[in-house]
Design a protein around this ligand. Structure first.
Ligand code: AMP
Length: 455
């Protein structure tokens, strides 16, 4: 978490302490079975660290969109089972989130034991960041660890709200994500190339604008490229286009020119007469896609051009597919760009979502530096936005108790159970009060008070 100077799990003393850990266990499931446990595996370092440190561990997460109601389809029970297998130790499953069963199980936890609360989105208050719900969740524990990068761009109770009531620090996964992406943005090895694709330019304008201040080359592919091509006077047939963003696309092209940034857009296209895998297809060179045809993938010349630039890069950030990769006949552009990124030898960061899925499906996951666990969160981070789930964590250099490192919470008292003691009557009509930390006994602050206000 160095990049943002936030406290991490290594800045707390978790032994014997109830620690509420927000994980991202929002895993793909079918028929009650977990299809891909990557997100569970990614949260193991934080959980294992807390087990070794003999904390009392209370895990929580959302899964899917249960719309604020209990629904067994979205129960986290299969995650508890998978965690039990991966950790080789039992994970106690709570029947609810903040109700009687969760409270009783949290209270009974022994040092080093782990429990998992039910899906936080079984309560509609979660997504509203309701203070009452946040407080109830916080009351189960004494410290909050946020390790859910995938939901860090959401200001929900379990991702940010609880930090109003508990000292909050980051876990290893969230720390890794922020360090790698933060370093790439703030101090990239050059040349730094960003590759952006996907459907809509409107979704990525913020990212493009932020990256234009940082990159040496910007590659634009996928459906969003056709708004750029049309903005430069090209014929795009019925390819995807956002007509209300043509001016914005022109502005981006001008800005890139002014900053001497290489902006690359497709020079040839795999076109189709229908939005379907089985549509008639052809390859079209130049910005002259005939009426009735749409581009669903970048063409072979474009792939070569893009791959050449990627090969020279020392840092690559990629978000968004180069075409409709869900259709096998239009997946080759995305596949070749994935291969170019994997073979580049550059520091390579895949910003979650479809590009992460493509890299993994093609077996290149081990050849890239980092695949983000958060699609939306990675995009917002690349956009330079403040993520609420990170913003709520304590600053590393914030004044805290010099010995036990507790901080003031919104309850208005010191988390480390400090107490006031009167020491020195004899300052005339006033008294000097010393505030001690009850954990360590050291003076935290001094106050001069009127005698009648002292009890
Ligand atoms: P996004 O969520 O914005 O990253 O967009 C991903 C989606 O963009 C995928 O579902 C792709 O099928 C779609 N996409 C990529 N290229 C094109 C294209 N040329 N035409 C239409 N859709 C595309």
């Amino acid at each position: 978490m160095q990049a943002l100077n936030k406290k991490t799990i290594e800045d707390i003393r978790p032994a014997g302490v109830r620690v509420l850990v927000r994980c991202d266990f929002n895993v793909p499931m079918s028929g009650g079975k977990i299809d891909d446990d990557k997100r569970i595996v990614e949260s193991l370092p934080t959980i294992k660290y807390l087990v070794d440190a003999q904390a009392k561990i209370i895990l929580c997460s959302h899964l899917g969109r249960p719309k604020g109601e209990f629904n067994p389809k979205y129960s986290l029970a299969p995650v508890a089972e998978r965690l039990t297998e991966l950790l080789g130790r039992p994970v106690i499953m709570a029947e609810d989130v903040i109700d009687a069963d969760a409270k009783a199980k949290a209270a009974a936890l022994q040092d080093g034991e782990i429990m998992l609360l039910e899906n936080v989105r079984f309560h509609k208050e979660e997504e509203k960041n309701d203070p009452g719900f946040s407080k109830a969740l916080a009351s189960l524990a004494e410290v909050f660890v946020n390790d859910a990068f995938g939901t860090a761009h959401r200001a929900h109770s379990s991702t940010a709200g609880v930090a109003d009531y508990l000292p909050a620090v980051g876990g290893f996964l969230i720390g890794k994500e922020i360090k790698i992406m933060g370093d790439a943005l703030s101090n990239p090895k050059r040349p730094f190339t960003a590759i952006l694709g996907g459907a809509k330019v409107s979704d990525k304008i913020g990212v493009i604008m932020n990256l234009l201040d940082k990159v040496d080359a910007l590659i634009i592919g996928g459906g969003m490229a056709y708004t750029f091509i049309k903005s430069q006077g090209g014929q795009i047939g019925s390819s995807l286009c956002e007509d209300d963003k043509l001016d914005m696309a022109r502005e981006i092209v001008e800005k890139a020119k002014a900053k001497n940034i290489r902006l690359l857009i497709p020079i040839d296209h795999v076109i189709a007469d229908d939005f379907s895998n089985d549509a008639a297809r052809d390859t079209c060179f130049g910005a002259c896609i005939p009426d009735g045809w749409q581009s669903l993938d970048i063409g072979p010349e474009t792939r070569q051009l893009f791959a050449g630039v990627i090969k020279q890069a020392k840092t690559v950030v990629w978000n968004g597919p180069m075409g409709v990769f869900e259709f096998e006949n239009f997946a080759n552009g995305t596949k070749e760009i994935a291969k170019a990124v994997a073979d580049s030898g550059a520091i390579s960061i895949i910003g979650g979502g479809d590009s992460a899925a493509a890299i993994e499906k093609l077996g290149f996951a081990d050849k890239v530096t980092h695949i983000s666990t958060g699609g939306g969160a990675a995009l917002e981070f690349l956009e330079g936005l403040v993520l609420p789930g990170v913003d709520c964590l304590q600053e590393k250099d914030k004044k805290s108790c010099p010995v036990c490192s507790s901080e003031k919470t919104k309850f208005g008292k010191l988390a480390g159970s400090a107490e006031l003691r009167s020491i020195d009557p004899g300052l005339g009509s006033s008294e000097l009060l010393f505030m001690f930390c009850a954990d360590c006994g050291q003076v935290v602050s001094t106050v001069v008070a009127e005698p009648d206000k002292i009890n």
